[in-house]
Design a protein around this ligand. Sequence first.
Ligand SMILES: NC(=O)c1ccc[n+]([C@@H]2O[C@H](COP(=O)([O-])OP(=O)(O)OC[C@H]3O[C@@H](n4cnc5c(N)ncnc54)[C@H](O)[C@@H]3O)[C@@H](O)[C@H]2O)c1
Length: 260
Amino acid sequence: METSPNTPTHAGRVVLVTGACGGIGAAIARRYVQAGAAVCLVDRDAAAGEALAARLRQEGGQVHFAQADVGNFEQCQAACDTAQSTLGPVDTVINNAGISPKRQGLPVPIWQMEPAEWRQVVDVNLNSVFHFTRLLAPGMVERRYGRIVSMSSVAGKAYLDIVAAHYSTTKAALIGLTRHLAGELGPHGITVNALAPGRIDTPMVAGAPQAANDAVTAVTPLRRLGTPNEVADACLFLTSDQAGFITGQVIDVAGGWLMT
Ligand SMILES: NC(=O)c1ccc[n+]([C@@H]2O[C@H](COP(=O)([O-])OP(=O)(O)OC[C@H]3O[C@@H](n4cnc5c(N)ncnc54)[C@H](O)[C@@H]3O)[C@@H](O)[C@H]2O)c1
């Protein structure tokens, strides 16, 4: 579809963003609102979700907030149901929710990791993507159109001593899942891609010791942290008509860090 430079690039689209109240998620949600999409915010934090939804509505957006723990299938199902009854069929899913538990700002060694913590990270970072794909892919297949982007990380592609094993494992698994889904869903008109951010200036990173951020900046060719808007812009591109022939890819948004 041809668009003029002034046409909102996602007008008419219905986008569901998970982890929408965090640094990157909120930037993504706002960018979609600015691009003319209706947006369903999904987050476990009800107060932050309602507040963000109210702000985005004031900015002119058609926005719905659905509280859910993305690691819980039934709660994801309820979120999808209210999103679709409020906004219409979801055609774009941004699997952004993710956690990276630390102790005193440091990653937990594998020999001290509690099984419950391992399972929680797998639920939130990985199983959530199965949940939303399982729930929303049927409608996409039926309508022969869909866009799915999952938030991996450079930590899913290379060893980093600043994250723990559960985090890097789930981020690597998302890359495998992205490639599989791209193959399986491509014949139905659905593209599936992943983003691999480097160090982005968000609350997740603000909790880390300053030295950890400085160390990353020193080995990042662009010599700074990334911004949430820079991740959001890559996300909007991957789900735009201009990216209609891109699928199964993992795009680093990392200032050249690692170049994996
Ligand atoms: N910030 C970075 O440097 C960086 C780098 C690489 C990848 N990422 C990835 O980008 C994504 C967003 O990161 P961020 O920095 O914005 O994180 P953030 O901590 O700022 O936000 C995460 C959001 O997810 C929500 N959330 C957490 N658990 C949830 C659950 N069980 N159900 C529903 N919502 C839940 C939180 O309430 C929060 O709003 C994550 O997947 C993260 O792993 C971040």
